[in-house]
Design a protein around this ligand. Structure first.
Ligand code: PEP
Ligand code: MN
Length: 366
């Protein structure tokens, strides 16, 4: 059972205490409050966990500060949409992630050289973009492939972000120790930027990593769906982050593994954008690069990457994680799927046009 408090209520603590007192009468029922910062207003929810079937909603509906009480049947009680009408976004380091703002995060799949980080970030500033992706820890299929530069590249990556006004970097973590390495490097650099911790598809069910990300408040989490598990399993895994106390999550679609998607790297799953938006209240991101895996062009001259990015945006995604590289042929990881810096402007302009079309569609459809 979820008890939603009135937004921006003056005394949420008092209401939470009143709920605790009322809940004591029911055996086997635990009380867990969650605070959401939201994009338009802050609000608190109190979750009653355990044997709540026999608990009457009226006992809580009448308490001062309670907006409504919802019986939750689905297992993803925090990230689930239930009867909430709004997507719960958040603002991190001055950048808002919700379903109303399109954020594009073009960047390096893997940091390889300082000069490439600098060229990438300079190009972003010229486009007025303050969000990027930079991989330091790479989960590779083979142990003999480039594994990422790890913590060695963090100081210059963060320093350059500060220099070029990059506010948010999506950076994958594959192990709980890397959360501390990143946090320490950010502190040592004087917090010139912020990191959104990315959970890669291979770690979608690494529950200890998910719990650790839920327990920290250094940065939000970009959760990528598992490539070989059901959507429901991915949503349940994502709930681990929220259940440990961090509701600032973006859910990312990046394709699923099957040869039925050939010749694309994965079977593009952006038809699930509206599904995830209906089932959860999280903003939804698409990763066209890892879905498609190449820069091959269609006969119309546009790379499949452009077509498929547009499909995700027209389906309602409000964030794009996309690989770029100043010299894709020299990239140590995923070069063939990277766009070049001279494609940044056209790509961003195209995605903004598609987003505008999407917004017009949602406004005009009856
Ligand atoms: C990535 O974004 O660099 C990555 C490894 O993606 P995924 O986890 O989706 O394969
Ligand atoms: Mn990659």
């Amino acid at each position: 059972m979820v008890i939603v408090l009135e937004p921006d209520y003056a005394d949420p603590k008092g209401t939470v205490e009143a709920i605790r007192t009322a809940a004591k009468r029911f055996e086997g029922v635990k009380v867990k409050p969650f605070d959401f910062s939201g994009t338009t207003h802050a609000f608190t929810e109190v979750h009653l966990i355990g044997r709540t079937e026999a608990v009457p909603t009226q006992d809580f509906e009448g308490l001062p500060g309670v907006l409504r009480v919802v019986r939750v049947s689905s297992r993803y009680r925090i990230i689930g949409r239930h009867e909430a009408t709004e997507t719960v976004g958040f603002t991190f380091n001055g950048v808002t992630f919700d379903d109303k703002t399109l954020n594009i995060l073009p960047g390096l799949c893997a940091v390889d050289k300082k000069e490439n980080v600098a060229s990438m970030m300079k190009a972003l500033r010229e486009e007025g973009i303050t969000t990027t992706r930079m991989g330091a820890y790479k989960p590779r299929t083979s142990p003999y492939d480039f594994q990422g530069l790890g913590k060695a590249c963090l100081p210059y990556t963060f320093e350059l972000a500060g220099k070029y006004g990059v506010k948010v970097i999506a950076m994958e973590v594959t192990d709980t120790r890397q959360i501390d390495e990143i946090s320490e490097a950010l502190e040592r650099a004087g917090e010139p930027t912020g990191v959104m911790f990315q959970v890669g598809t291979r770690n979608a069910q690494n529950f200890e990593l998910l719990k650790a990300l839920g327990q920290q408040d250094k940065g939000p989490v970009l959760f990528k769906r598992g490539m070989g598990i059901t959507l429901e399993e991915s949503l349940n895994a994502c709930e681990y982050v929220a259940s440990e106390g961090n509701p600032n999550i973006v859910f990312c679609l990046r394709g699923v593994k099957t040869h039925l998607g050939d010749p694309h790297r994965n079977l593009v799953d952006f038809a699930h954008v509206p599904v995830v938006r209906r089932q959860t209240r999280l903003p939804v991101c698409i990763d066209p690069s890892h879905s498609v895996g190449s820069m091959r062009k269609a006969p119309d001259g546009l790379p499949d990457m452009f077509h498929i990015s547009a499909q995700g945006v027209i389906a309602g995604a409000s964030m794009i994680l996309v690989d770029f590289h100043p010299k894709p042929e020299e990239a140590l990881c995923d070069g063939p799927q990277a766009l070049t810096l001279n494609q940044l402007g056209p790509y961003v302009a195209a995605m903004r046009t598609v987003r505008e079309t999407y917004e017009n569609l949602t406004e005009s459809f009856v």
